[in-house]
Design a protein around this ligand. Structure first.
Ligand SMILES: O=C(O)C1=C[C@@H](OP(=O)(O)O)[C@@H](O)[C@H](O)C1
Ligand SMILES: C=C(OP(=O)(O)O)C(=O)O
Length: 410
């Protein structure tokens, strides 16, 4: 289905309830499987969370996790460490091209039994679970932090806990910190110094309920809308001033792009309003820690008619699609000049945006959501718009709520 978007009358004040962070939700679901007295509130309604939840029910011999990277990686470690488990985990065509060898090697070093069913280093995997007693492992940390998180999540359930040495530069570090914070929050002791993480074993945790903060990556699209529209003001719920999500850094980034954020402590909401700011000629950012907001920022800068140089993005090549190539192709259709390299993207804009362009989304929810805010400036069509359900099924309803006009056609 295609979404034809154009600017309607944008709201001066509107409230949007985004659901829980998919990253926090998927971590907490694994922890809940290990410690069933853990209760979770404001769980994400994303496809990625649903597939992980279904995977944990484990009443079949094969799990298809679709496009969900976290579900693929976290469930692999989970089942590999459950004695008696026997399961095949597969995923979408793209998932079968997303590497998992670094995690599988680490798990095998710990004594796990995992077979590649098609190509070495890639899903599908056949896993025979067993107790892991080995206390130490090394893992490359420069490709995906999800491999590290997968180990961290099972670590407290292992007999001796786990000491993990991270090799190479650490990518997406904020997600590793999120995992450690959640472990600490439920009562697991951890340490992280230099490149060595220790997680201490824990047979049980106290009865408790953890409320997931709403998703900051999803919030980024509203920052883009406010930056581009100048008149819209949106209140998003339910957020915290001290977030565990690295993507909360958009508060500071979008300050430079003319969006100010007010935190409302009485109801845990944030209000985004356009502020008088002198825009930079070029926005230069290293996004090594927060790769998921790169597409939003690149498109906002283009829409504002300013340049951006974004670096630290080597991991974008192995996400839902090669996001650097996808961004270049689609931004150029709109009139931008774009250069990509191994690790980043530079976008130059002439100040004009071509009208009624059809944006391809390449099975990538963030391509759809990052380009949609341009509707404030020009008519735009988003191809295969259902892709948003990977992380934000209600995205288009919420877009309509803020005043964007949308027509959907097959
Ligand atoms: O741990 C997580 O929840 C995630 C980690 C990041 O992946 P990488 O570590 O592969 O960059 C991020 O891009 C992804 O959307 C979610
Ligand atoms: C990269 C993402 O997800 P995953 O790697 O979990 O598929 C994302 O949501 O942007």
């Amino acid at each position: 289905m295609k979404a034809y978007l154009s600017s309607g009358t944008l709201k001066k004040q509107v409230e949007v309830q985004i659901t829980g962070s998919k990253s926090e939700s998927n971590r907490l679901l694994i922890l809940q499987a290990l410690y069933p007295n853990l209760k979770i509130e404001n769980l994400s309604n994303s496809d990625d969370t649903t597939v992980l939840q279904n995977g944990l029910l484990n009443n079949t011999t094969t799990i298809d996790i679709g496009h969900a990277g976290t579900a693929m990686r976290f469930l692999t470690a989970y089942f590999a460490s459950r004695k008696g488990a026997k399961i095949t985990i597969t995923g979408s065509k793209r998932m079968q091209e997303r590497p998992i060898g670094v995690l599988v090697d680490a798990l095998m070093d710990l004594g796990a039994q995992i077979l590649y069913l098609e190509n070495d280093g890639f899903p599908p995997l056949e896993i025979e679970g067993d107790s892991i007693v080995h206390p130490k492992v090394e893992i490359l940390a420069n490709t995906s932090s999800q491999y590290v998180t997968a180990l961290l999540l099972i670590a407290p359930s292992l007999k001796h806990g786990l000491q993990i040495e991270l090799l190479g530069d650490i990518t997406s570090r904020s997600y590793i910190e999120m995992t450690l914070s959640l472990l600490e929050q439920i009562g697991i002791k951890t340490t992280f110094s230099e490149n060595c993480i220790s997680v201490f074993p824990s047979e049980g945790i106290e009865d408790q309920t953890v409320t997931v903060e709403s998703d900051w990556s999803s919030a980024s699209y509203f920052y883009s809308l406010v930056a581009l529209s100048e008149e819209l003001s949106v209140t998003l719920k339910s957020y915290r001033i001290n977030s565990l999500q690295g993507d909360a850094v958009i508060v500071d980034i979008y300050q430079q792009l003319g969006v100010s954020t007010t935190f409302n402590p009485h109801d845990g909401s944030i209000t985004l309003t356009a502020s008088e700011t002198k825009l930079p000629e070029t926005l230069s950012l290293d996004l090594t820690n927060t790769p998921d907001i790169a597409q939003t920022i690149a498109v906002t800068c283009f829409g504002l008619g300013i340049s951006c140089d974004l670096t630290g993005l080597h991991t974008l090549k192995i996400k839902e699609t090669d996001r650097l190539v996808a961004l270049k192709t689609e931004l150029e259709k709109l009139g931008a000049s774009v250069v990509i390299n191994q690790d980043g993207i530079s976008v130059r804009s002439s100040g004009e945006i071509k009208d009624s362009v059809e944006i391809e989304t390449y099975n990538d929810h963030r391509m759809a959501m990052a380009f949609a805010p341009l509707a404030v400036k020009t008519d735009i069509c988003i191809d295969d718009c259902e892709v948003v359900s990977k992380s934000y099924p209600g995205f288009f309803e919420d877009l309509i709520k803020v005043g964007i006009k949308a027509e959907f056609k097959r």
